[in-house]
Design a protein around this ligand. Structure first.
Ligand code: FAD
Ligand code: FES
Length: 329
């Protein structure tokens, strides 16, 4: 079977059942990967033509996305195919890690958000905007996004506490500083692209502020000159947190154009904007052609924002989002 690879128009001849990822790597083609077992999503490619056989779950598409994706580590060609490797100009190759790490602290930041601090003694490699899978015990793993940068001494997570949540309960009632936790990482496709041009829209809803801070710090560290527009949204004034850390990250950006704090309900202080994230974006921009966007947080807000950006013309390749869907197992 022949598989046409874009960009570059390389042709791979594969046997039935031969997985794509090793074949792409053997040819030195620029594909991102880490886990090689279908979890991290990094080897996600577009399926332009043909059909593939998938040995694991296909990648979860963003809300309303019509593009067909496959995970190269989980797929083999069922017939002649054509695929496209996204971000071929800047592949991300992080060794998959399963670490045991120590809990340094668990602090309340709001009525329903905790800051979890873990030791980064083993210096986890990841890209800003990625997440890890924390293992709280047998069969209890949850996704949480990293809020810092790889060289930091600590791995920090902003964790929303859900009333009936298994991990939430463990974090609030049983987990203590000094305990050891296992994590698998790095995961996620909504990482900061450094080579994309044009203005950047960076938005968070609720604890999406965690990965947003990581991306802001990543932009400052790489001295990216793209104009940056930041929207941080919360449901109510009681939910707002992290403003000092946000202000410090914004102050370090080379080309910040605007930053908005958006609150959906309740009384507002000066300087805040009322509305849902989508309402404010809709009011501020008539189109997102040539923009790139990174969006994180509450699934309702982020799915709605993804839908809006698509309707307003953003290129699918420039739309990177992690809606924080429930991660039960
Ligand atoms: C890629 C990714 C990155 C994530 N990063 C973060 C992060 O940095 N910080 C963070 O707080 N969360 C994050 N999440 C979400 C988190 O993994 C889930 O919310 C997780 O299920 C919470 O576990 P729990 O055991 O506390 O609750 P669960 O036992 O999983 O769920 C308890 C109840 O709460 C509901 N519920 C759980 N999560 C949500 C949600 N997100 N929205 C609405 N209802 C929900 C469930 O439907 C269920 O009824 C991320 C999710 C993904 C997919
Ligand atoms: S390398 Fe394929 S999903 Fe991780």
């Amino acid at each position: 079977m022949e598989v046409l690879i874009r960009p570059g128009n390389h042709v791979l001849s594969l046997k039935p059942g031969e997985p794509l990822l090793p074949a792409l790597r053997a040819q030195g083609l620029p594909i991102s990967y880490s886990c090689e077992d279908g979890r991290c999503g990094l080897c996600r490619c577009k399926l332009l033509r043909g059909t593939v056989v998938e040995s694991g779950r296909p990648p979860r598409p963003l809300f309303g996305c019509r593009t067909r994706y496959l995970l190269a580590c989980q797929s083999s060609a069922a017939e002649d195919c054509a695929i496209e490797i996204p971000d071929a100009g800047e592949p991300v190759i992080h060794p998959p890690r399963r670490l045991r790490t120590q809990v340094l602290g668990i602090e309340s930041i709001t009525h329903n958000v905790r800051l979890l601090r873990l030791s980064n003694a083993d210096k986890l490699l990841f890209s800003p905007g990625q997440f890890v899978e924390l293992e709280f015990g047998r069969g209890l793993s949850r996704a949480y996004s990293l809020s810092g940068l790889p060289g930091d001494d600590e791995l920090r997570f902003h964790i929303r506490i859900h009333p009936q949540g298994s991990a939430s309960q463990l974090i609030t009632e049983r987990l203590q500083p000094g305990a050891m936790l296992r994590l698998r990482a790095p995961y996620g496709v909504a990482w900061l692209r450094r080579q994309q041009e044009g203005p950047m829209l960076l938005a968070s809803a609720g604890t999406g502020l965690g990965p947003l801070l990581s991306v802001l710090r990543g932009i400052a560290a790489a001295r990216l000159q793209n104009p940056v527009h930041v929207y941080t949204s919360f449901m109510s004034r009681e939910d707002i947190y992290g403003l000092d850390e946000l202000a410090a990250a914004l102050a370090a950006l080379p080309n910040l154009r605007a930053s908005h704090l958006v609150v959906a309900y309740g009384q507002l202080k000066r300087g805040l904007r009322r509305g849902l994230l989508t309402e404010v974006l809709e009011a501020d921009f008539s189109h997102f052609k040539n923009w790139q966007a990174n969006l994180y947080g509450s699934p309702f807000a982020i799915d709605a924002a993804v839908h809006l950006l698509r309707r307003r013309g953003i290129d699918e390749d420039h739309l990177h989002a992690d809606p924080f869907h429930p991660y039960g197992n």
